[in-house]
Design a protein around this ligand. Structure first.
Ligand SMILES: [Zn+2]
Ligand SMILES: [Zn+2]
Length: 356
């Protein structure tokens, strides 16, 4: 059968899919939803793995501020249906679809702020990544948001493309080229990915977290020091580690305002505080901001990633990096989503993957 025939024969059958949806009262339900219509250059994808992100948990608690509360954006899978207008993709292709894609043409895109593009958050996986099947909108497909996965890359590893890409972009924005000593605050999945990427760049990396279990993982991965803010003053430890200066860069890989304050106190004069975790809604800092000018401290936030970084992330994964076993610690099925959330809340897991 020719591809054209195959495509036209694939009129979406009237069927339903199971999807994790947010309800009004901050809970989730596994709902039966109609399969979205696959028009134009859309793709219908069968989900094989989708990472549970800290922002999914924030969305559940009504604490997320950046975009609409659609759950699941670290999804990978197999194309089931190809929109009639689309060339170059076929049913059966194993892919990573980026849930947000900029236009690369507007003023913000051309000035290095692609993730602030007005188109960036306009489209998303439909009805979300925690679904048996989801539609990838034409916009994302036509603007480079789809990466084909080499056979050597498993779906589990490929589900880290989006989180790794976000870390890569943050590292670029934090001017880490000119620095040596970095403090990563928060040893969740994003903190541990940052740690490993920074070690690959030859940096000295210190890690802080409230969970001893996560600190043990950071230690095993090669952190130069680990500190628990419940037991020590992280800023003092950082000065002890750097001849009294403070670290060059503190990466705040958590949404906690306390961690931001600690980051501001942990960097050297002229240092950089990189805000990576999205602070919870209504975050207020208890910090004397005159210090930022007197000590010339820069605050640089980084939000999400572009197709440049998703491609770089896939290249790293093809090379077998980072150490996946330390990051992916738990696996649940869609039906077990509530158990996955309970596990994530305990902070003893690192990255939790959901499969259909
Ligand atoms: Zn994420
Ligand atoms: Zn744009």
């Amino acid at each position: 059968m020719s591809t054209a025939l195959l495509k036209s024969a694939q009129k979406t059958p009237v069927m339903s899919l199971k999807s994790i949806q947010l309800t009004d009262n901050g809970k989730v339900t596994l709902e039966e939803l109609p399969i979205p219509e696959v028009g134009g250059s859309d793709l219908l994808v069968e989900m094989k793995a989708c990472g549970l992100c800290g922002t999914d948990i924030e969305k559940l608690h009504g604490e997320y501020t950046a975009s609409a509360p659609i759950l699941g954006h670290e999804a990978v899978g197999v194309i089931r249906t190809v929109g009639a207008d689309l060339k170059g993709f076929n049913p059966g292709d194993r892919i990573f679809p980026h849930h947000h894609v900029p236009c690369y043409e507007c003023y913000l895109c051309k000035h290095g702020n692609e993730t602030m593009c007005p188109h960036y958050r306009k489209y998303n996986l439909d009805p979300g990544g925690f679904s048996e099947l989801f539609r990838v909108p034409s916009w994302n497909v036509l603007h480079g948001g789809i990466l084909k996965l080499p056979d050597s890359v498993s779906f589990e590893h490929a589900s880290l493309i989006e989180p790794i890409a976000c870390c890569l972009r943050n590292i670029k924005r934090s001017h880490l080229d000119e620095t040596d000593a970095v403090l990563v605050m928060g040893a969740g999945p994003m903190g541990l990915i940052h740690l490993q990427l920074l070690l690959l760049l030859g940096k000295t990396v210190h890690v802080s977290d409230m969970s001893e279990k996560r600190l043990d993982v950071a230690n095993a991965l090669g952190a130069s020091s680990i500190s628990n803010p419940k037991e020590v003053d992280v800023a003092s430890v950082m000065r002890d580690q750097t001849d009294g200066r403070g670290v060059d860069v503190a990466i705040v890989a958590t949404g906690s305002p306390k961690a931001i304050e600690e980051g501001l106190r942990s960097v050297r004069k002229g240092g950089i505080v990189s805000l990576f975790g999205v602070p919870v809604k209504d975050s207020i800092l208890n910090y004397d901001f005159s210090n930022t000018v007197n000590s010339e401290i820069s605050i640089i936030p980084s939000n999400a990633a572009t197709e440049v970084e998703t491609r770089e992330a896939l290249d790293l994964i093809v090379d077998g990096k980072p150490n996946f076993e330390t990051i992916i610690t738990h696996r649940f099925r869609l039906e077990e989503f509530n158990e996955a959330i309970s596990m994530a809340m305990k902070k003893e897991s690192v990255k939790i993957l959901i499969s259909s």
